[in-house]
Design a protein around this ligand. Structure first.
Ligand code: FDM
Ligand code: MG
Length: 207
């Protein structure tokens, strides 16, 4: 048995980070080992470049920043794999689906956007927290960072929804519902996986 690799994706203001942290606590409280990753991981050298870009303190060409987001996943992939081998559940707040959705929303072709992430560890479960731009606005609207704009979020949402048809372990969660209800829906999917999963880790987007 190895640990399960669980990715939480979603739109801004969907409660993604809150829910991921709640899952983290709940798994820990159940006495199981769990490791939390978040992308972009702004603590690394690459992550600091991404952070500067998102806060509009640096300009980067669209392809170049996309490759940095991907490189940020690749630099942490060995740690993800080790945790899974050690039998720990890995929770990941955003992953390659965010990468492809955000960059392709700027007009770059989706296949190109997916290509640098081909071969990364593939998740056993993706929980996609979906929220309408209207609901997001009710929650106080978006923040100050690059991409936190309604038109961008609407385009990103459409690309995200396309991943549902890829036949992967993709589960859409209505994140417009009250927080506790969303938590319970998510736990219903995650709970059965925290004791570990059989079978080798798969690779992203190889066929
Ligand atoms: N983002 C995130 C991307 O554009 N590409 C990626 O590969 C990833 C992981 O970065 F707007 C975008 C999504 C979001 C921004 O994310 C910062 P957080 O979750 O707000 O830190
Ligand atoms: Mg953000």
């Amino acid at each position: 048995m190895r640990g399960a690799f669980i990715v939480i994706e979603g739109l801004d203001r969907s409660g993604k980070s809150t829910q991921t942290n709640l899952l983290h606590e709940r798994i820990r409280a159940s006495g199981r080992q769990v490791e939390l990753f978040k992308f972009p991981d702004r603590t690394t050298t690459i992550g600091q470049m991404i952070d500067a870009y998102l806060r509009s303190q640096a300009e980067l060409e669209d392809h170049a920043i996309h490759l940095l987001f991907s490189a940020n996943r690749w630099e942490l992939a060995p740690r993800i794999e080790q945790s899974l081998k050690d039998g720990k559940t890995v929770l990941c707040d955003r992953y390659a689906f965010s990468g492809a959705s955000f960059t392709s929303s700027k007009g770059l072709p989706l296949p190109w956007c997916k290509s640098p992430d081909v071969g990364l560890p593939a998740p056993d479960l993706v929980l996609f927290l979906d929220i309408t731009p209207e609901k997001a606005a009710e929650r106080g609207g978006y923040g100050e960072e690059r991409y936190e704009k309604r038109e961008m979020q609407e385009r990103v949402r459409e690309v995200f929804k396309g991943f549902q048809d890829e036949g992967g372990p993709w589960v859409e969660v209505d994140a417009g519902r009250p927080l506790e209800e969303v938590t319970e829906v998510m736990w219903g999917k995650v709970g059965p996986l925290v004791k570990g999963v059989e079978g080798e880790l798969k690779r992203l987007w190889v066929d």
